[in-house]
Design a binder for this molecule. Structure first.
Ligand code: PLP
Length: 355
C-alpha cells in the first residue's frame, strides 16, 4: 500500500533527495568511498558546503553582510547560543508555544527575559497580536511556526530592536525578508534535510557585542570565520541539505514552495471545515501552512482512536497529534504532495460516510 508521510519531523523529503544522498553514501563522486567515509577536508567536500551556502543565499535572497553556517546540536542548542551571543542585559520573547518557552528558559541563564505576550492560556491556539517590545531589549525572539500547536507567523515583523527567529519548521516554505532579522536559525529535519544539521543565517556586524567570554564552539564567530569547518561538520546531513536546496530551486524556489503550501493547506483545512466530524484547533487567521492540527468535533470525541486506526489502514503515517495536544496533526512541509493531501481528505470523507 502506498504510504503518505505526515510526520512532524524528521519528516518527508523529496524521494530524489533521498536517492541522490543514498547514492553518494555508497560512492561519493565516483571515489569508491562513501560520503560517510571521506574527510570533511577532502577537496570534493568543500564544494558541497560552498554550493549549499550559495543556494541558501540565492533562494532566500540573503543580503550582503550575512553569513550562512551549518552547525550540529539541533535548534535546541541555538536556544542557548542566541542569548550567549546576543543578550547583553535584556531580551524579549514572544511566547507562542513549547519551543518558544524552551528558548526563553535558556535565555534566562544570561539576563532578564521579558515575555512580550503569550497565548499559553488558550493552549497556544493563536498568535498574540497586541504587544510592544521594550525599547531597551537587545532583541526580540520569535518562533515563526509552532510545530506542535499549528500556528504560524507568515510575515516578517517590523520591530524596533534586533529580530531573531526560530524558523525550524517553516524555513524555505516562503520568501523571507532576511534584512529584517539579525539571526535566523532552523533545525534541518523538517524543510531542509535529514536530521543532524542546523542552519544559521546571521548578520555579521551583530556579532561580538555581548560582554562575556563565549566558549569557542558556542561563539557564532568561530563558525563564521571557519566557514562551518571549525570542527567536523555533519557531513551527510549537509549533503542532503544541498540536494534538497537544488530540488527547491528546480521547483521554482521559495515562491513556488509558498504557492504549493497554500494549495495544500486549502485542501486539508477546506475538508476540516467542511467535515462535520473534525474541528481545526488554531484560530483561522493564524493557521500554520506546515502543521495542520485538528481534533474530533465534540459529538464524535470517542471516535478519535478509530479515526487514527482508519487513517493508518489507508496508508497515512504520522497523523497523530503531538502528545501534549492530542487529536491529529498533518504536517505538510515542502515535500508533501497534493496527492498526499487529497489522500488524507479522501480518508476523512470516507470515515465521515461510514459514521
Ligand atoms: N524549534 C521548533 C519550532 C521545532 O519544531 C523544534 C523541533 O521540533 C525545535 C525547535 C527543536 O529542534 P531540535 O530537535 O533540532 O533541537
Amino acid at each position: 500500500m502506498k504510504k503518505y508521510n505526515f510526520n512532524a519531523g524528521p519528516s518527508m523529503l523529496p524521494r530524489e533527495v533521498i536517492e541522490k544522498t543514498a547514492q553518494q553514501c555508497l560512492d561519493f563522486n565516483g571515489s569508491g568511498l562513501s560520503l560517510m567515509e571521506i574527510s570533511h577536508r577532502a577537496k570534493d567536500f568543500q564544494p558541497v558546503v560552498d554550493e549549499a551556502v550559495a543556494l541558501v543565499k540565492e533562494l532566500l535572497n540573503v543580503p550582503e553582510g550575512y553569513s550562512v553556517i551549518f552547525l550540529g546540536g539541533g535548534a535546541s542548542l541555538e536556544f542557548c547560543m542566541i542569548p550567549y551571543n546576543f543578550l547583553i542585559k535584556k531580551a524579549a520573547y514572544l511566547n507562542t508555544g513549547v519551543w518558544a518557552k524552551k528558548a526563553m528558559k535558556e535565555a534566562k541563564l544570561f539576563g532578564e527575559v521579558v515575555e512580550v505576550a503569550s497565548s499559553a492560556d488558550a493552549n497556544y491556539t493563536f498568535i498574540p497580536k497586541d504587544w510592544t517590545v521594550p525599547a531597551d531589549a537587545d532583541y526580540l525572539h520569535i518562533t515563526t511556526n509552532n510545530t506542535i500547536y499549528g500556528t504560524e507567523i507568515r510575515k516578517d515583523l517590523d520591530v524596533p530592536v534586533r529580530l531573531i527567529a526560530d524558523m525550524s519548521s517553516d524555513i524555505f516554505s516562503r520568501p523571507v525578508d532576511v534584512a529584517k532579522y539579525d539571526a535566523i536559525y532552523a533545525g534541518a529535519q523538517k524543510n531542509l534535510a535529514m536530521a543532524g544539521v542546523t542552519i544559521v543565517i546571521v548578520k555579521d556586524d551583530a556579532l561580538g557585542k555581548a560582554p562575556r567570554e563565549i566558549p569557542t564552539m558556542l561563539d557564532y564567530r568561530t563558525h563564521v570565520d571557519k566557514g562551518s569547518m571549525f570542527n567536523t561538520p555533519p557531513v551527510v546531513p549537509i549533503y542532503s541539505a544541498l540536494e534538497n536546496l537544488r530540488w527547491i530551486k528546480a521547483q521554482g524556489g521559495v515562491e513556488a514552495m509558498d504557492k504549493l503550501a497554500q494549495q495544500r493547506a486549502e485542501i486539508v483545512y477546506g475538508e476540516i471545515d467542511r467535515n462535520k466530524m473534525f474541528v481545526g484547533t488554531a484560530k483561522a487567521e493564524d493557521r500554520s501552512l506546515m502543521n495542520i492540527c485538528f481534533v474530533m468535533a465534540d459529538e464524535y470525541k470517542e471516535l478519535e482512536k478509530d479515526f487514527l486506526d482508519f487513517a493508518v489502514s489507508k496508508g497515512m503515517v504520522g497523523v497523530k497529534g503531538h502528545r501534549s495536544v492530542g487529536g491529529f496533526r498533518a504536517s505538510c512541509y515542502n515535500a508533501q504532495t497534493i496527492e498526499g493531501c487529497n489522500a488524507l481528505v479522501a480518508c476523512m470523507k470516507e470515515f465521515e460516510a461510514n459514521h
